[in-house]
Design a protein around this ligand. Structure first.
Ligand SMILES: [Mn+2]
Length: 333
């Protein structure tokens, strides 16, 4: 049954899996504004991660294809970026183990599979970042944050992370209630919680004072405790209402330091479901379309963006085509 569904889904989206079409940028396009840590000419390396085993709902593995089909590559070129993207996105299905040992790490699911895929992405990202390219990772579920942040940290040890999300994604093998690894990347990056043998490759290099959250509004009890114990800076939706997004961003830059390279991890569920409904775990009361864009624009203006993720776009969870397109188009910068 599952196999049949899988084939049906592949057929439904088969047009997306064709060779990625690119248009040439219009002549005379000025280069993108100077970014302090990137090499010249400024190049964005698109890392499409068609992967969804960090959570249970099928569909977000189609996310990167949809964002590309919606024109994200052409848009970046029009903004003056040199865009590097393979003609076809790689598949990670061959890395799936024949069997996962259930219960080996508490409730955690697909541990071996997620570890193998994230390790691959980690190396890709590290390589792109070391070249001075802006790594743009299109997910996929948010478990890949383990790979992107650790990869960017390998190139920029002083990296500051801005994690835009309705959730804190900082559960551990002990605190998780769902067992889904997309709810755990931040604790793995910091080495909080029990050691997971399968993730031996992941060195906990993220310090609690080098990450800031925006948009939180659905945080588990165990996560609240971790955030408090480690004194992690959070701007919940309450804070966004209180200060306005402009002041929130200024406070973040003061906190992380005005020289630090920045990684932006953007979970589309940070946005209000009225703006971006096609995602696995929508929560009411999120960021507006403009607040979401303001965050991206403001970070770009600092000239210190080195790496960015856009994750959890799931077209299978849209009520209709309008909702699906709305969620995909939100990501076009
Ligand atoms: Mn997330």
């Amino acid at each position: 049954m599952e196999e049949a569904n899988h084939i049906k889904k592949k057929q439904k989206y088969s047009h997306l899996y064709e060779k990625i079409q690119r248009s040439t940028p219009p002549p005379g396009t000025p280069p993108v504004e100077e970014q302090r840590y990137l090499s010249q000419p400024h190049t964005v390396e698109v890392i499409g991660v068609s992967f969804s085993a960090g959570q249970p709902k099928e569909g977000c593995e189609v996310g990167p294809y949809l964002m590309i089909k919606a024109g994200i590559l052409d848009q970046l070129e029009k903004l003056g970026w040199v865009v590097e993207c393979p003609d076809a996105l790689p598949s990670y299905e061959h890395l799936q183990p024949d069997e996962e040992e259930e219960g080996k790490y508490g409730l955690l699911k697909n541990v071996e599979y997620v570890s193998r895929v994230t390790e691959k992405i980690h190396h890709k990202l590290k390589k792109a970042a070391k070249k001075g390219h802006l790594a743009l990772t299109l997910g996929g579920d948010h478990s890949i944050g383990m790979a992107t942040v650790s990869g960017a940290l390998a190139a920029y040890p002083d990296l500051g992370v801005i994690w835009v999300d309705a959730h804190a994604d900082i559960n551990t093998a002990e605190t998780t209630e769902s067992g889904n690894l997309h709810g755990c990347p931040v604790s793995f990056l910091m080495g909080i919680g029990p050691k997971i043998k399968a993730f031996d490759w992941l060195k906990p290099t993220l310090k609690p004072n080098k990450i800031v959250y925006i948009g939180l509004r659905d945080v588990d009890a165990g996560e609240k405790k971790i955030l408090k114990e480690h004194n992690i800076k959070c701007f919940s939706m309450h804070d966004v209402d209180r200060y306005g997004i402009g002041k929130v961003m200024e406070q973040i830059y003061d906190y992380l330091g005005r020289k630090t390279p920045i990684h932006l991890s953007f979970d589309v569920d940070a946005l209000d479901p009225s703006v971006a409904p096609s995602t696995g775990t929508p929560v009411r009361g999120g960021l507006t379309f403009r607040e979401g864009h303001y965050i991206c624009e403001s970070i770009f203006e600092t000239g210190r963006l080195v790496s960015m993720d856009m994750v959890e776009v799931n077209p299978e969870l849209a009520d209709d085509e309008v909702a699906r397109q709305a969620t995909v188009n939100v990501n076009n910068i």
